[in-house]
Design a binder for this molecule. Structure first.
Ligand SMILES: [Zn+2]
Length: 471
C-alpha cells in the first residue's frame, strides 16, 4: 500500500501536461539564458530543469528560444483576424490601452470564450466624453468624428458625469484610464488633471496619446509631454505615454530625456514605440483639425488609404475628413533614422498600436527581433525580450496583481510561452500586404494551451482569457 502511495507521489511529481524539451530558455527578470526543460501543468510553468522531464506531451525545441509570450499594451484590432496575426508574431496578450473601449463590460462579455489570446482594456475618456455630449460612439468604433464632443469645452457638471462614467468602467474591470487627448482637443488642462485624479482614486495608471505633435509653440510635442508628466505629478497616477515615436517625431530623444528626468525625480512614467515610419488613424478624427499639416510638417500626399494605396489630395482629404464614415489613413511622418534611434533606447517598451491596415498589426515583434537584434545588432536578444515581456508586465502590475505571473519564464508563472527560431524569425507584413503573418514562431502556448504548433495554428481552441483590473 505504501508502495502505491509513493509511486503515485513520484508519478505526479514527474508528470507534466506538456514538456518543452531542450530549448534555450530565456527570462528577462532573472537573466536565465540556458538550455533547460520546461514542465507545464494546469496552465502554469511548474518546473524548469536541466534534468529530463516526462510529460503527457513532449515537444522537442532544441535550438529554439523559449521565452515569455509577448505582451502588447497597445492593440486596437481585437477581432480574430488580428489576434491570429498577433499570435504568429509571438503575442500571447494584446490589450487595448491607448484609447480603451466604450463599454468595458460588453467588450469582456463578447470576448470571453472567443479569444485566441488574452485581452483587456482601459476605460475610455474619449468614449465617456462622447457619451456625455450625447453622441455615443457608433458600434465597433473607438474614435469619434471631429465635432462638438471632441472640440467643445465640458462644463463642470459634464466633467463630473464623465468621471462617474469612468468609475463605472473601472468597476467593470478596466485596467486603467485611456486618454487620446489629441482626439478631444476641447478637453482643457484642468479636465485632463481631473481625469488623472479619477484614475488615481483607484491607484490605476493613465495611458495616453498626448495632445499634440511637432515643434510649433504653443502646442508642441514638448509641451504635450510636460502636460501629462505634470498631471501625473499632481495626481499621483502612474503614466504610460503611448507611441512616443509617432507623437514626438524629430524630438523623440528629447521626449525620452524628459521622461528619464521625471523618473529620476521619482515619478512613475513609462513609454513605448513601434518600429515603423508611418502611423495610422481615423481620417475624420480631431487629429486632423486645421493645423495638422504645419504641425506634422507633411502634406496631403503623405496620407495614404491602406486598402488601395491611394495618396490623398486636398479635395479627397476634405471629403473624407468631413465624412460620417470612418476610414483609416496611413500617416507618413517619421524617418527611419529616428525609429532606429528609438527602438533600442532602454526606456522603450515594444507595443504595436496594431489594427488591420498597417503592417505593425502583424509584424511589430518579429521585425524588432529580425532587424534590431539579428541584422543591425543594436539590441541584445535578452534586452529585446525584456521590452516585449517583463517591462509591459511590470506596467500591468499597477492594474492587477495577476500580472506578477506574466512576462516571466519562471516556475509559478503563467504558461504563456513563445518558442521561436532567432535565426529566422521575421516580419512578412508590408504596407501593401499588412496582414501577412510573421515567420519563425514554432510554438505558442496561451495559458498552457498550444495555439501554434510546429508553425501552424491549432484550430478551434480559444485559450484567451480576460485580464481585469483590481477594481
Ligand atoms: Zn495614438
Amino acid at each position: 500500500m505504501l508502495w502505491v502511495v509513493l509511486a503515485a507521489t513520484f508519478a505526479s511529481a514527474q508528470q507534466y501536461d506538456i514538456v518543452l524539451e531542450g530549448g534555450r530558455v530565456m527570462d528577462p527578470e532573472t537573466n536565465l539564458d540556458a538550455v533547460r526543460n520546461v514542465g507545464i501543468r494546469g496552465g502554469k510553468i511548474a518546473r524548469i530543469s536541466s534534468e529530463p522531464l516526462s510529460g503527457g506531451r513532449v515537444i522537442k525545441v532544441h535550438g529554439l528560444v523559449v521565452a515569455p509570450g509577448f505582451i502588447d499594451l497597445h492593440q486596437h484590432g481585437q477581432d480574430l483576424a488580428s489576434q491570429r496575426v498577433k499570435a504568429f508574431d509571438g503575442v500571447t496578450t494584446a490589450l487595448e490601452m491607448e484609447i480603451g473601449v466604450p463599454d468595458v463590460a460588453q467588450f469582456m462579455k463578447s470576448k470571453e470564450g472567443h479569444s485566441l489570446i488574452h485581452f483587456g482594456t482601459t476605460a475610455s475618456h474619449v468614449a465617456a466624453r462622447s457619451l456625455i455630449f450625447v453622441t455615443p460612439l457608433p458600434e465597433g468604433t473607438i474614435l469619434p468624428k471631429s465635432g462638438p464632443a471632441t472640440d467643445q469645452l465640458a462644463t463642470p457638471q459634464q466633467i463630473e458625469r464623465i468621471e462617474q462614467r469612468l468609475r463605472d468602467q473601472f468597476d467593470a474591470g478596466a485596467l486603467g484610464l485611456g486618454m487620446g487627448i489629441q482626439y478631444t482637443p476641447g478637453a482643457t488642462r484642468l479636465e485632463v488633471i481631473d481625469m488623472f485624479r479619477t484614475a488615481a482614486e483607484r491607484k490605476l495608471p493613465v495611458y495616453t496619446h498626448m495632445r499634440s505633435f511637432g515643434r510649433i509653440e504653443p502646442g508642441s510635442a514638448i509641451e504635450a509631454v510636460e502636460e501629462v508628466i505634470g498631471a501625473a505629478a499632481i495626481s499621483g497616477a502612474p503614466l504610460h505615454i503611448v507611441h512616443v515615436n509617432s507623437t514626438c517625431l524629430r524630438d523623440t530623444l528629447e521626449c525620452l530625456s524628459m521622461i528619464a528626468g521625471a523618473r529620476a525625480r521619482g515619478l512613475d512614467v513609462t513609454t513605448e514605440a513601434y518600429p515603423y515610419i508611418a502611423g495610422m488613424t481615423a481620417i475624420n478624427s480631431a487629429l486632423f483639425n486645421p493645423g495638422w499639416k504645419e504641425r506634422l510638417g507633411i502634406d496631403y500626399s503623405d496620407l495614404v488609404i491602406p486598402d488601395t494605396g491611394e495618396r490623398l489630395t486636398k479635395e479627397r482629404f476634405d471629403e473624407l475628413h468631413n465624412s460620417g464614415t470612418q476610414k483609416w489613413v496611413l500617416v507618413f511622418a517619421n524617418t527611419q533614422e529616428m525609429v532606429d534611434k528609438t527602438i533600442p533606447h532602454p526606456l522603450i517598451m515594444i507595443a504595436s498600436d496594431g489594427a488591420e491596415g498597417h503592417p505593425r498589426n502583424a509584424g511589430t515583434y518579429s521585425r524588432v527581433l529580425a532587424q534590431y537584434v539579428r541584422e543591425k545588432k543594436v539590441l541584445p536578444l535578452m534586452e529585446a525580450l525584456g521590452k516585449m515581456t517583463l517591462m509591459p508586465a511590470q506596467m500591468l502590475e499597477h492594474s492587477t496583481p495577476a500580472a506578477h505571473q506574466k512576462g516571466r519564464l519562471q516556475e509559478g508563472a503563467d504558461a504563456d510561452i513563445v518558442v521561436f527560431d532567432p535565426n529566422t524569425i521575421a516580419d512578412r507584413s508590408t504596407f501593401e500586404k499588412p496582414m501577412e503573418p510573421s515567420v519563425g514562431v514554432h510554438e505558442l502556448l496561451v495559458g498552457g494551451t498550444v495555439l501554434i504548433d510546429d508553425g501552424k495554428m491549432v484550430q478551434n481552441v480559444y485559450p484567451g482569457k480576460a485580464i481585469l483590473g483590481h477594481r
